[in-house]
Design a protein around this ligand. Structure first.
Ligand code: AMP
Ligand code: MG
Length: 403
């Protein structure tokens, strides 16, 4: 058996980011930048007021309370036309440019309007009070975002404020998902021996959640030529493939054979290993003509755990993510995690929450059999239980958080 770290290293060594492209920020939410973003202009573009109030000369307010003459009014969106002279003030709204002569803002709550265009300033202002200087957020030439940044909504806002119309980024990998098995049906009546295909919708969703464009390749019957053909065609249109089923040591495990033969025919590499983890022991991985193919196990829990351990980090690398791994956190076992020594690392499905002391707690989220997908559905993470007799209640358990 191969240990988990070696199997993961084998896969990751074969994976490189896709070629970057130029893309409009509006289409780039969730994508990873492939190049630094450097500002060509300053933000804010001019000094302006952070508060509604009065633009004043700070020196006029030293003896506050003082009375000033209001010589004008300035809303946001207009250029100032009147300067603020000695003994004068301009009524001003948030975002309006600082008028010439003024060097501070007195917020309206610290003022009192008087008759005859006069205002009483109740507090002394200091130079710069409530003034947002030009370039106070971003200066021209400033490195705003570095390559490797995953774009969130606020990044898109900053790009708009800098008038950036195009960024270099890694596009979403196209990820094909194919189920295999004579027993699979999608919906409706089940004939004897049939089950519904739960892996495909799950893997399509996992691919989407991992920042990819999923491609539904349907399901294939257990036929070596058919499975080989379906994979071969998908290789031409996808950046990566996920298959489920037919990778173990059964008599109908044709995915394994198909990946091996296609890797040999088209150039590439092929790994089949029994990984020392439970669930998700069998791993079939191929790099076929540059396209990674993950032959995930058929049991739904094994399929999703294998996706998490091998496929997801690889897909994140394709998407340019410099940090493709899920976070691992220390938790306190809220129940005993008993297990038997069997030479494998157990990846138990667990619920995780924050206790009153602010520290993570974990407990099993359901039955742990590899076909019990509801336990996975209710899981916040996978607990890493080293080979041995398990962990007592109250002991430390490392959990890989899912999402
Ligand atoms: P296999 O790895 O093909 O031998 O499948 C192992 C187990 O997973 C069997 O019980 C299959 O019926 C089940 N299985 C395989 N593919 C799927 C699928 N797409 N959805 C649900 N169960 C599946
Ligand atoms: Mg099968």
């Amino acid at each position: 058996m191969m240990d988990l770290a070696s199997a993961q290293a084998r896969v990751m060594a074969a994976i490189a980011p896709l070629a970057p492209t130029s893309i409009a920020p509006a289409d780039a939410l969730g994508l990873v930048l492939a190049a630094d973003v450097v500002a060509a202009e300053q933000v804010p573009p001019f000094a302006n007021t952070a508060m509604a109030g009065y633009a004043v000369r700070a020196g006029d307010t030293i003896a506050a309370p003082v009375e000033l003459t209001v010589v004008g009014e300035l809303p946001a969106g207009y250029a100032p036309t009147i300067p603020v002279g000695v003994g004068e003030a301009i009524r001003i709204m948030t975002g309006a440019p600082m008028p010439a002569g003024a060097d501070a803002i007195v917020m309206v709550e610290r003022t009192e309007p008087l008759a005859n265009e006069r205002v009483r300033i109740q507090v002394a202002a200091r130079v710069g009070d409530h003034v947002r200087p030009a370039g106070g957020d971003v200066e021209p030439g400033q490195l705003v975002f570095t390559a490797g940044t995953r774009l969130r909504p606020a990044h898109l806002g900053v790009l708009a404020s800098l008038d950036v119309h195009e960024v270099r980024a890694y596009r979403r990998p196209r990820v094909g998902v194919l189920s295999t098995g004579d027993e699979l049906v999608e919906r409706g009546e089940l004939a004897p021996g049939q089950i519904r295909d739960s892996n495909r919708p799950m893997l399509l969703a996992l691919a989407r959640e991992a920042g990819c464009d999923p491609v539904d390749l349907g399901s294939a019957r257990d036929d070596e030529a058919l499975i080989t053909d379906r994979i071969a065609h998908a290789l031409d249109t996808c950046d990566a493939l996920l298959t489920s089923g037919a990778v173990s040591v059964g008599d109908y495990d044709f995915v394994k054979v198909a990946i091996e033969k296609l890797a040999a025919a088209r150039g590439g590499e092929y790994t089949w290993a029994q990984v020392a983890i439970k669930p998700a022991k069998p791993l079939a991985f191929g790099l076929i003509g540059g396209v990674p193919v993950f032959g995930l196990p058929g049991n739904p829990v094994s399929s999703s755990v294998s996706f998490e351990m091998f496929a997801r980090p690889a897909l994140r690398v394709l998407a340019g993510d410099p940090h493709p791994q899920r976070p691992h956190v220390a938790t306190i076992a809220a129940q005993p995690f008993e297990r038997r020594p069997d030479g494998t690392l157990h990846l138990d499905r667990v619920r995780v929450w924050v206790g009153d002391d602010g520290r993570y707690r974990s407990e099993r989220s359901g039955l742990q059999a590899s076909n019990v997908l509801s336990g996975m559905a209710n899981a916040d993470g996978l607990a890493l239980l080293a080979d041995g007799d398990g962990v007592a209640e109250g002991d430390a358990v490392t959990v890989m958080l899912l999402g």
